[in-house]
Write a protein that binds this ligand. Structure first.
Ligand code: ATP
Ligand code: MG
Length: 399
């Protein structure tokens, strides 16, 4: 059965007493996210067995790098001669000319007859002799790694990078406001990379959540779910808020966006409390659009009594897009989508005055709107392999 070698980041390695909990969470997440049979811990590395040939461990946060090694059972110096040549020949395909190389050996099994240095020399000599490669110990083009673990030798030359970070579920839980745009989905990705279990709240402008789920929001959620053991998205209709704000006097219209943000934050706060989350977050970036001035962000914060995070606050738009593009999120965002924020005036007040905000919230009876909207929630659970299930929700608030 194919075997994978997975290394976690040094951040986890440095966790002292809590290290075992982080590693336990990482093993659990690997089992939840990928079709694997067995995950065993061996001296700071994980050995993962799976019948599948093409697993990608970079989607599991906490992974620093991984590889699919050549495995030699019950290795002897002689059987390693053959294996190192197989590995070298495989690596050779990536180069036009014979590459320079080094052999790096590590021994977890101290019972192996040769010491690390002697083994490196011996296997290096085999490669020089059979293939005519040149040794370069300081800047080799290819490093042939040989890890001797009990009963086996693992040989590899390529390390596929992971995203580092911490295993999801190891640092708390937070509810994110998710618009179906690039910023909020990347904000959720970054929170998850720090080990946070994220749940998302999305406001849609449809008659039913399933249209949002089949549209851009659901597609992005599915893509994000590949990085998590599971992802729950709570969908809420925008129409109660919309109906309440149809006949605003002109002076209040410019406040609609800020009041809507405060409304969304209140819903996210309620969801966090209900689901055991300790914080909420958004994809806001300071000054990116007129509604994201410091005054407006502060006005939104003031609507809730829970820690409010904005992981992208200091990012430039292009940086967010570049990451989103490299991970396949950006292509999904380019699809057309009926977005409720675009219905709202795009000429918002940039310095929200609290007296106007509060007058408007009283007029539309915002507390009642929060209650009614909460009761209309529909939840979908997205799983890492692409499935999505609609949950039976029992509304927590009656209308
Ligand atoms: P995004 O790319 O996520 O849409 P943005 O830069 O376009 O972000 P805005 O549209 O101004 O920013 O929204 C700011 C933040 O408010 C978003 O990042 C998101 O967290 C939240 N938000 C906006 N619209 C919605 C929505 N329909 N449902 C839930 N949250 C939303
Ligand atoms: Mg947006």
């Amino acid at each position: 059965m194919p075997l994978y070698l997975v290394h976690y980041g040094s951040e986890i390695g440095l966790k002292g007493k809590n290290r075992v909990d982080f590693i336990r969470q990482l093993r659990r997440n690997i089992q939840a996210q990928l079709p694997v049979e067995k995950v065993s811990l061996l001296h700071g590395r994980l050995l993962v067995e799976s019948p599948h040939e093409d697993l990608d461990f970079s989607r599991v946060f906490g992974v620093a790098w991984w590889t699919k090694p050549l495995v030699v059972e019950k290795p002897t110096p002689a059987s390693l001669h053959e294996a190192i040549l197989t590995l070298a020949q495989r690596a050779r395909e990536r180069f036009q000319e014979k590459p320079t190389f080094a052999v790096r050996a590590r021994r977890v099994d101290k019972g192996f007859p040769l010491g690390t240095l002697a083994l490196e020399r011996e296997l290096g000599a085999v490669v020089v002799e059979a293939l005519g490669w040149k040794v370069d110990l300081s800047h080799p083009q290819v490093t042939l790694h040989v890890d001797i673990v009990p009963g086996r030798a693992l040989l590899y030359d390529e390390k596929h990078p992971g995203h580092h970070g911490l295993p999801v579920g190891s640092t708390g839980k937070a509810v994110g406001l998710f618009s179906g745009g690039i910023d909020s989905v990347m904000a959720a990705w970054y929170m998850a990379r720090r080990g946070v279990t994220v749940e998302l709240v999305h406001f849609h402008a449809f008659t039913e959540a399933r249209y949002a789920h089949e549209g851009r929001a659901g597609k992005l959620a599915r893509h994000l779910a590949r990085y998590l053991p599971q992802l729950r998205v709570h969908y809420f209709p925008y129409h109660y808020f919309q109906a309440a704000t149809l006949d605003l006097p002109p002076r209040q219209q410019r406040y609609e966006l800020v009041v809507f943000r405060r409304f969304m934050a209140r819903i996210a706060e309620q969801m966090a409390r209900e689901q055991g989350g300790q914080a909420i977050f958004t994809g806001d970036s300071l000054g990116q659009v007129a509604s994201q001035t410091m005054e407006n962000l502060a006005a939104v914060d003031a609507a809730v009594h829970i820690p409010f995070f904005r992981p992208l606050l200091a990012f430039n738009k292009q940086e967010i897009i570049d990451l989103g593009e490299s991970l396949g999120f950006y292509a999904l965002v380019l699809e057309p989508y009926k977005d409720c924020c675009s219905i709202i005036s795009r000429n918002p007040a940039t310095r929200a005055r609290m007296d106007v905000v509060e007058a408007m919230e009283a007029r539309i009876n915002i507390e009642r709107l929060v209650e009614v909207t909460l009761a209309a929630r529909e939840t979908f659970c997205y799983l890492p392999q692409g499935e999505a299930l609609k949950e039976e929700t029992s509304p927590s608030v009656s209308t």
